[in-house]
Write a protein that binds this ligand. Structure first.
Ligand SMILES: [Zn+2]
Length: 220
């Protein structure tokens, strides 16, 4: 696939990319991640409905990040670092991209002032209310200090919840790590086996996906 046709192929999903600078396996990785998320959202139109248009840029260093407000069209920007795109197993790069796309989804439910200030949107705020004391799916995506969630921690919790929902293999992969298994106990959360999507997190994220899928089928 040429870089131009790759970039054109991402447009229906709302993703704007500059075709140059991406290696072939990176292009394939982006496409796989976007397709997996879009499929759960009822298709490319569901993805656009949930996230709107987002610019995706590759950078040489660092991990992934979302700029919820970027002062140029399409006003939202995801950057993803080359090291993040080349991990073992390979699909961890897809998980990282889906994580940033989940941040974009939430940002789309925030007003412009909140986006400029980097505050979470409705999706994250409702997640916090809905899940109560249930810890997030991963160590990274959880309020670490006794679950007194800051809104920033809650944003990561949402992004990791989406990643865990779309990539069960991510949870299986993390399960081999003692630090991932041990943190709920260290935080005083007895009876919570982690990593994994708890029932409330699962119910919440599933409903957000279904909401978009329902919109897609009613728009037909
Ligand atoms: Zn994040």
């Amino acid at each position: 696939m040429s870089a131009d046709s790759w970039a054109q192929g991402l447009q229906p999903y709302g993703l704007i990319v500059a075709p140059s600078g991406w290696e072939g396996d990176e292009q394939a990785l982006v496409l796989r991640a976007v397709r997996r998320m879009a499929q759960a959202l009822g298709g490319a139109e569901g993805m656009r409905r949930a996230l709107g248009a987002v610019r995706l840029e590759r950078r040489k260093q660092g991990g992934g990040g979302l700029y919820a407000f970027w002062p140029r069209p399409p006003w939202m920007r995801i950057v993803i670092g080359e090291p993040t795109l080349h991990q073992q197993p390979e699909w961890l790069g897809e998980v990282a991209l889906v994580h940033e796309l989940a941040h974009a989804w939430d940002a789309r439910t925030a007003n412009i002032v909140a986006r400029v200030l980097g505050r979470p949107g409705r999706v994250v705020r409702e997640l916090v209310r809905f899940v109560g004391e249930e810890p997030g799916p991963t160590w990274y995506g959880s309020g670490l200090s006794g679950l007194r969630r800051t809104l920033r921690a809650a944003s990561e919790e949402w992004a990791e919840t989406v990643a865990a929902y779309l990539y069960p293999e991510y949870i299986a992969h993390l399960s081999s790590r003692p630090e991932e298994q041990g943190w709920p106990q260290r935080a005083g959360l007895t009876g919570h086996v982690r990593p994994g999507l708890g029932p409330r997190h699962h119910a919440y994220v599933e409903e957000r996906f279904q909401e978009i899928r329902r919109w897609c089928s009613s728009a037909l």
